[in-house]
Design a binder for this molecule. Structure first.
Ligand SMILES: C[S@@+](CC[C@H](N)C(=O)[O-])C[C@H]1O[C@@H](n2cnc3c(N)ncnc32)[C@H](O)[C@@H]1O
Length: 206
């Protein structure tokens, strides 16, 4: 059971969005996101991996064979949609309703922890990133594909102004300082690649 109102709000927003999510994102998915997601196939490694905020399961086509994957999300309705894709693409994947800020796994459980477009919506992103660090093995790796606040002060200000509207409509914050949050959570960034201006980035950290 989720306790705080920010958790309930995030869950409520994604439950509400679930039936439209794939439809709304279809054009971006086709022309940009799918190519970026495909990196996961080569970069998820080890015996076990955790996906935080699996959503409707858009990464499942890129899960590599031979890695035991557990995927979690706060929203039961997003998970229900992910279930259909998992059954089709990777029946061995375990889907669980769980909060990334309070993971129910022991320390050092996973070789790879990963997420795509998730830390824009986790209510306390630093808490979620700390939890991923806790459950990641010391020689494990964090993989993230995330959108974030642009560095230019003018563009950043526009994103700050628009954020309250966007977050109410779709649940995602467009002005998160995700690189700083990753570092604050104790990760050391090894790869930071700007994919779409400096807004969408591929990040690998240890
Ligand atoms: C923008 S969607 C991205 C979904 C998917 N990763 C993708 O690439 O399409 C964000 C997802 O994060 C989930 N989420 C938000 N806060 C969460 C939390 N604290 N714990 C787990 N999942 C969370 C939402 O329910 C939603 O499914």
């Amino acid at each position: 059971m989720f306790k705080t109102s920010s958790q309930n709000l995030a869950r409520m927003r994604y439950d509400r969005m679930a039936f439209l999510y794939d439809f709304i994102e279809a054009p971006l998915e086709r022309f940009r996101f799918a190519g970026w997601r495909a990196r996961l196939r080569d970069r998820i490694s080890g015996r076990t991996a955790l996906e935080a905020g699996v959503g409707t399961g858009k990464n499942t086509p890129y899960y590599p064979d031979g890695v035991k994957i557990i995927a979690i999300d706060l929203s039961p309705r997003m998970l229900k949609r992910a279930h259909k894709k998992v059954v089709h693409d990777h029946p061995s994947v375990e889907l669980l309703e769980m909060d990334a800020q309070q993971l129910a796994f022991p320390d050092n459980s996973f070789d790879t922890v990963f997420g795509t477009f998730v830390f824009c919506s986790v209510p306390d992103p630093v808490a979620g990133l700390r939890e991923l660090r806790r459950v990641c093995k010391p020689d494990g790796r964090l993989l993230l594909l995330e959108h974030m606040r642009p560095e230019s002060s003018f563009a950043g200000m526009i994103f700050d102004l628009l954020n309250p509207i966007v977050v109410r409509m779709v649940g995602a914050n467009i002005n998160r300082r995700t690189v700083e949050n990753i570092r604050t959570a104790g990760w050391h960034i090894q790869v930071e690649e700007k994919l779409s201006a400096d807004i969408v980035r591929w990040i690998e950290a240890v």
